[in-house]
Design a protein around this ligand. Sequence first.
Ligand SMILES: Nc1ncnc2c1ncn2[C@@H]1O[C@H](COP(=O)(O)OP(=O)(O)OP(=O)(O)O)[C@@H](O)[C@H]1O
Ligand SMILES: [Mg+2]
Length: 208
Amino acid sequence: MNERLNLQHAVIRYGDNIVINDVSLKVLAGEMIFITGVNGSGKSTLTRGIAGLLPLSSGTLTRSERMSYVPQVEEADRDFPACVREIVMTGTQRRKKLFYSRRDRLNADNAMRELKIENLSDREIKTLSGGQLRRVFLARALCGEPELLLLDEPCAGLDIESHRILFGVLEKLLANGCAILMVTHADSDLDGVKNSRVITISGGKIHE
Ligand SMILES: Nc1ncnc2c1ncn2[C@@H]1O[C@H](COP(=O)(O)OP(=O)(O)OP(=O)(O)O)[C@@H](O)[C@H]1O
Ligand SMILES: [Mg+2]
């Protein structure tokens, strides 16, 4: 199956406030979709809906089961007593298994290597900088071997080097058939990725 996401006539609302109004979007394997739009236009609402964290008031959603989602602002409790490796491991698709497998551990090691945070693997998360923590959550998302990756403003707070590392990782995922939706405000993000489209949300609709 080449289709990673098929959203048809989706409506998402908070109470009476309709934020996403009859939106349809199909994304194929290896495609990169940039989602732009002004503050409050509904970018996060759309990605949360696709992630299954907000219900559709109407419409249909079909997507890869192997999906990873990195929210815009980490609501992580920074005082939670966990080290980087433990957080990254929670991204593995354990389903109903009780223990992590060898493959899970290898995935975590690979993800930390890809995002150049192996040296932080034993650090308590409360000791990390904001940009380091972002990379931890990106590694966590990679750990699940996603077929569909949803990133809500992943570049916010990343320095130039981290940004370069992230895009290198994304290019590799795309080449392996992962589909990526990325919310961004930076025009500079939009250039240079093959097989990409830009959609803009306004008035509850998307415009390509
Ligand atoms: N939990 C919520 N309850 C009620 N209204 C909400 C909630 N979250 C968002 N909204 C409203 O939905 C609209 C879209 O918000 P959303 O967060 O999706 O925008 P956004 O495009 O991601 O903005 P930003 O660029 O600031 O991240 C806004 O009018 C916002 O006030
Ligand atoms: Mg947002």
